[in-house]
Structures are given as structure tokens and as C-alpha cells.
Design a protein around this ligand. Structure first.
Ligand SMILES: [Zn+2]
Ligand SMILES: [Zn+2]
Length: 347
């Protein structure tokens, strides 16, 4: 089968045409992938940055966001059958550790992530445990189902503090930040502020429901936000960029007693005045990792099929898998927001 693999300890990916189909265990299903999203994480692996060098195994098939059709099931599989259109939770959890057994599988101690720790979905076929499979509702398009993984990150980030009737500040409107704008709007935020350095993304944030979209360097955005919230600051901060300065600014713009969901990953240690920014303000902070299994998935599906959430404008490009390099280049140049690859069906 075709597969996009990391074969060298250096930048780039190889499109292999003779990769063996993945074998399936008794509890696994085999999915023929039709569409797969390119993620910022894949870009790190493509560019082979420090994080990838330390984390990703050379020889792996990349990709972790997808939709496809079930073509084979293991003998112990009972609930999923061939022919179903499915996506899947890409975090393969152990099912037995303390976190898994107490409703926190998203922070399983021995999690394996597809496309990072084990073979992923930039391939014609992927094998995945039955319990990870998510049948896709008929009202949801293939391109949207292909990006459930990052959309789930956005839903998890928004739903953890809860935003109904609250003012919400989103720092960083990359793909997940933009998705979070739509989710916060659908979930009933009273006012949404988006901050970024890219004017085009800020325009899109407005289109998706942001009331105020401000440039983080050129605009005096904290002052504008204070004005719009009666001097109180935002009730909720959704941190999506990981930049130390912006993280500090986000806490400055957060109201006393506010809640902060942190999803953006800083590249190293950062410095913050804990007493001033968090302790004396009485702030609650949530670290957000992955998607809650499967609370987040049910919430995401409900928002999409209700018609309240539409993320189509975020998916700017769909390309055949052979043009994966162009997909990465479009992302590097900032021309694309979300790129979805169409996977060839050669068999
Ligand atoms: Zn992703
Ligand atoms: Zn576990």
C-alpha cells in the first residue's frame, strides 16, 4: 500500500508505494483511509525539529487525523462492522492504569499516539483497536470528519472551563484557535476576543464568531479588551499559542477569579509572576491534553450535527496525497490553514 513514512533521521517524508498492509489483532479493525488532515505536529516531523528527533521513531508511518471505511475486523470485534464510515481517537490507551480506570484515559500513563509512537494514517490502511473507533454521523462531511482530532482539542479546551454567558479570550488563532472560536460561539460565549499576529486569520476568526479580533503586537489589545469588559478582564482564557509573552499577556487580561485553559505548548520553560498573575487573582488553570474519551467526542458530534458549529472555512485546501510536499509548503508559507489529503484507492 501507499504510505507516507519517516524513513530518514532528517527533514522530509517519503511516499512509499510498497509498504505492507498493517496486520490486525483480534480486537482491531482495519480502516481504508480516504481523507487525512495534516497537523502542526506532522509539520514538526516533516521539518524534523528537536522535539521530533527526541520523540518520533524513524521508520514510522505518519499522520493521526483521518476518516475512512472499515474493511476488515478482528474475530473479537463486536460493535464495528465492515462498510462503516469511521474516524478514531488516535491516543491508544492501556485501559488498566489508574487514569484509564478513573475516567481520565486522555492522560493515560502509557499512551501511544498513532503517527508518532506507532504507524499512523497517512496510508491506504490503518489498524486500530475497536474501542478507539468513532462511527461518523451521516450529516458530517468527510473533510470535517478527517479533522476530528484537532477539533476535539478545541472542544476539550472550551468545554473544560465552560463558556456559556462568559467573555472569552482566545490567544492564538491557528487551526485549533480558529476552531475554538466557532466552538465557543456555539457553546454560548457572550463575547469572544481573538488575538493573533496574522491579519488573515484574524479576519477568519471574525467570520467564525469573534466579536473583536486584534493584532497581538500592532494593536493595544489588552486595553481594548478591558474597555469591552467594563474594566474587569475576560472570564475565560483559552491559550492556544504557547508564546511566553502572549501567555503572560493572557493572564494580565484575565479577570480576577477567571479560568484559563492552556493548550498551546511553549518550546521551553517560561517565566510568569505566579503571585501577581494567578494566586492573588484567584485564577483556576487547566492543562489540556488530547480529547476526553469520549465526552469530548459526543460534545463535538452534537455541536456539528446541530448546525451550530461550521468549521468548513478552516479547511482551506484539499490535495491528493502525492502532493503532500505542497501541503507542507502551503502551511509553512502561512497560505493554508488546514490541509486535508485525499488518499488514493489503488486496490
Ligand atoms: Zn493533529
Ligand atoms: Zn492507561
Amino acid at each position: 500500500m501507499y504510505a507516507l513514512r519517516k524513513l530518514e533521521d532528517g527533514p522530509g517524508l517519503s511516499l512509499e508505494k510498497e509498504t505492507p498492509r498493517p496486520p490486525i489483532g483480534s480486537r482491531d479493525v482495519l480502516i481504508q483511509v480516504t481523507h487525512a488532515g495534516i497537523c502542526g505536529t506532522d509539520r514538526h516531523i516533516y521539518e524534523w525539529d528537536k522535539w521530533s528527533q527526541n520523540r518520533v521513531k524513524v521508520g514510522i508511518t505518519t499522520g493521526h487525523e483521518f476518516v475512512g471505511e472499515v474493511v476488515e475486523v478482528g474475530e473479537a470485534v463486536t460493535r464495528i462492522s465492515t462498510g462503516q464510515r469511521v474516524s478514531a481517537e488516535g491516543h491508544i490507551t492501556c485501559g488498566y492504569c489508574y487514569q484509564c480506570r478513573t475516567g481520565n484515559a486522555h492522560i493515560c500513563e502509557t499512551v501511544e499516539i498513532i503517527g508518532i509512537d506507532r504507524d499512523g494514517c497517512f496510508a491506504e490502511y490503518i489498524a486500530i483497536p475497536e474501542e478507539n473507533v468513532w462511527p461518523v454521523h451521516e450529516k458530517i462531511s468527510d473533510s470535517v470528519a478527517a479533522v476530528f482530532d484537532p477539533l476535539g482539542n478545541a472542544v476539550h479546551t472550551v468545554m473544560t472551563p465552560g463558556v456559556s454567558g462568559k467573555t472569552v479570550l482566545i490567544t492564538g488563532v491557528g487551526t485549533i484557535g480558529l476552531m475554538a472560536v466557532g466552538v465557543a460561539k456555539a457553546a454560548g460565549a457572550s463575547k469572544i476576543f481573538a488575538v493573533d499576529v496574522d491579519r488573515r486569520r484574524l479576519e477568519l476568526a471574525k467570520h467564525l464568531g469573534a466579536d473583536l479580533a486584534l493584532h497581538s503586537i500592532e494593536d493595544d489589545w489588552i486595553e481594548s479588551l478591558q474597555k469591552e469588559t467594563g474594566g474587569r478582564g475576560a472570564d475565560v482564557l483559552l491559550e492556544m499559542c504557547g508564546h511566553p509573552t502572549v501567555i503572560n499577556q493572557g493572564f494580565t487580561a484575565l479577570a480576577n477569579g477567571g479560568q484559563a485553559s492552556l493548550l498551546g505548548i511553549p518550546s521551553g520553560e517560561i517565566s510568569i509572576d505566579l503571585s501577581k498573575q494567578i494566586i492573588f487573582k484567584g485564577v483556576t488553570i487547566y492543562g489540556i491534553n488530547g480529547r476526553r474519551m469520549f465526552d469530548t467526542w459526543y460534545q463535538m458530534e452534537s455541536l456539528l450535527i446541530s448546525g451550530k458549529l461550521n468549521i468548513d472555512p478552516i479547511i482551506t485546501h484539499q490535495l491528493p496525497m502525492e502532493e503532500f510536499q505542497r501541503g507542507f509548503e502551503l502551511m509553512q508559507k502561512g497560505e493554508a490553514i488546514k490541509v486535508v489529503l485525499n488518499i488514493p484507492q489503488t486496490f
